[in-house]
Design a binder for this molecule. Structure first.
Ligand code: ADP
Ligand code: MG
Length: 249
């Protein structure tokens, strides 16, 4: 395990002295406590840490979904704090994909309509071959006409992943994307993310509790109490298990 490394040249995504506090006074919680980190284009990074260690908060800050108490986030060199609402919305829509823990699908739309929604909102034409490839590799081609309420949690999760990938964003964030999946579907989804990073040069930032899922990543970041406590390069299951035991011990 190395000491946390941070800034990277030509980074797809970068955080500098990032802090997020919720509340005030005695009840204040510091969810992110001064994180410095850089992600290269095409890098696949897993974020691990005990429950409450700040993983989701960090992802929300990096994706521009929440604003830091102090510090900066840069996406492809652009400081998010320097963007007005309209530009921030456009950057999120075009350069960032997000798979939420709770999927966040539109209940009245079919799977296909959900997947196509971000492109539609930005007035872009879907690449039909790429659409077919994504839904095929996630094995949801026979669910496209269904609404979220007619799908299992695992199917909804894969629809959310397809939606995040179809716009070909520079950075894809996924908060426990395999949480609702069985082993084989989880393997396919992780392979899909791996391919997005290797073949399409997309940066993937994935929160996971699963040591096997983490081995798909190039690097694991270990978070505890809102701070980076280490990184594992080219992780193996045993290294990840040992780090998890230390973090929770
Ligand atoms: P993780 O995803 O690692 O489980 P979170 O980022 O969700 O952790 O939470 C980190 C800490 O910040 C926790 O103590 C949590 O209770 C707190 N927290 C997260 N979101 C909020 C919020 N909106 N308001 C107040 N406290 C929050
Ligand atoms: Mg979380």
């Amino acid at each position: 395990m190395n000491t946390p490394t941070t800034r990277r040249k030509g980074a797809a995504l970068e955080a500098v002295d990032l802090v997020k506090r919720f509340g005030e006074g005695e009840t204040a919680v510091t969810a992110v406590a001064g994180v410095n980190i850089g992600f290269s284009p095409g890098e696949f990074v897993a974020v691990m840490g005990p429950s409450g260690s700040g993983k989701s908060t960090l992802m929300n800050l990096l994706a521009g979904l929440d604003t830091p108490t102090s510090g900066r986030v840069m996406v492809e060199g652009k400081d998010l704090a320097g963007l007005d609402d309209r530009r921030l919305t456009r950057l999120r829509r075009e350069r960032i994909g997000f798979v939420f823990q709770a999927f966040n699908l539109m209940p009245t739309l079919t799977a296909e309509q959900n997947i196509l929604l971000p492109l539609k909102l930005s007035g872009r034409t879907p690449d039909r071959a790429f659409f077919d490839e994504i839904v095929g590799s996630l094995r949801i081609q026979d669910r496209l006409a269904h609404r979220p309420s007619e799908m299992s949690g695992g199917q909804q999760q894969r629809v959310a992943v397809a939606r995040a990938l179809l716009t070909k964003p520079a950075v894809v964030f996924a908060d426990e994307p395999t949480g609702a999946l069985d082993v084989s579907t989880s393997h396919e989804l992780l392979g899909r993310l791996r391919e997005a990073s290797t073949r399409l040069g997309q940066t993937i930032v994935m929160v996971t509790h699963d040591p096997v899922a983490a081995t798909y990543a190039d690097r694991v970041l270990l978070l505890s109490d809102g701070a980076l406590h280490g990184t594992i390069e080219r992780p193996t299951t045993n290294e990840v298990l040992a780090a998890m035991a230390r973090a929770e011990g």
